[in-house]
Write a protein that binds this ligand. Structure first.
Ligand code: UTP
Length: 299
């Protein structure tokens, strides 16, 4: 069996984040905080925990804050050292340590032509190997990093691997949905993918979430994928075109999913994560109780 490894992870982060306007006018969506950490940092931590050696960020205009976040801030370090703030210096050191543990590279997607195009932009750095793709706005936390679950499935099968999760009937039309064949535990053979189907046309309730392991064939397919929905080059179209000739599997992942791609999901995720923090739980519970009871009085 050929030795299968996944050493590189692409983070497409060049989108315009229009669903979050006006905050995303001058601020990358990927830098929006979940409590006190930008969503993209959760993804980078997950990639490192899954054994990734090189992160390729696809950025575009207005995304400077991402580069700065993972760089050292000598001014800030100097300021904090002068004031003996070892506690805050420690927080900076933890972010800094990420750049020591993984090679960070940046490529520019000069026009936001879609997720597929963003991945294609990174093709030369991937050098013909299987690679991971993580979407920063799907934050998934758990004992075993989701990306590790996907990489294990790739090592076992050699296939392109999608992360899937069962969704409620009223959510099906928001996602890419997979049609599946043979199943082995949490691993499903993928027969087809359908983008945002109406419920009655959905082949299953297994929705695709923002983690992938792509074989080189998918990158090759992106070379010739025409723009699809929204005139964007869709990653799922390229994956779909490789199903017949290759192999695509889906892993029903284990982990707690925090949706930060919609405003309601983002606010809920912040509350949920704050409630898990020892330093915030009591205060947040009191705030929530107070807000709920005053909303009930008004209703
Ligand atoms: P999204 O569709 O969630 O992000 O893409 P978006 O396009 O920025 O958001 P809306 O729809 O306008 O609100 C998922 C990920 O793919 C990246 C985004 O930055 C996001 O992290 N992306 C999307 C690119 O890098 N390039 C693109 O052309 C499109």
């Amino acid at each position: 069996m050929p030795q299968r490894r996944v050493r590189r992870a692409i983070f497409p982060a060049a989108g315009l984040g229009t669903r979050f306007l006006p905050i995303t006018k001058a601020q990358p969506k990927e830098m929006l905080p979940l409590v006190d950490k930008p969503t993209i940092q959760y993804g980078v931590e997950e990639a490192i925990a899954a054994g990734i050696e090189q992160v390729i960020m696809v950025t575009g205009g207005g995304k400077r804050a991402i580069v700065d976040h993972f760089d050292r801030s000598l001014d800030l370090e100097f300021y904090l050292r002068e004031r003996d703030r070892a506690d805050l210096l420690q927080i900076l050191a933890e972010v800094d340590a990420l750049s020591d543990r993984v090679d960070l590279n940046y490529v520019q997607q000069r026009q936001p032509l879609g997720l597929g195009h963003a991945v294609w932009t990174a093709r030369r750095l991937v050098e013909g190997e299987a690679c991971a793709v993580l979407l920063a706005d799907d934050v998934i936390l758990g004992t075993v990093p989701v990306l590790k679950q996907l990489i294990d499935a790739h090592v076992e099968t050699g296939a392109t691997v999608l992360a899937v999760r069962r969704v409620a009937p009223d959510e099906v039309s928001r996602y890419g949905i997979v049609a599946t064949g043979v199943r082995n535990g949490r691993l499903h053979e993928v027969l087809d993918t359908v983008e945002k189907p109406p419920l009655k046309e959905a082949p299953s309730d297994l929705a695709i979430f923002g983690r992938y392991v792509l074989t080189p064939e998918v990158l090759t397919a992106l070379d010739s994928t025409d723009p699809g929905a929204g005139r964007e080059i869709q990653l799922t179209d390229a994956i779909k075109s490789t199903i017949a000739g290759g192999r695509v599997v889906a892993v029903e992942f284990e982990g707690e999913y925090y949706d930060t791609g919609t405003i309601a999901g983002y606010l809920k995720s912040n509350l949920a994560l704050a409630l898990q923090r020892d330093d915030l739980r009591e205060e947040m519970l009191a705030v929530i109780r107070e807000l709920v009871s005053s909303a009930e009085v008004r209703a």
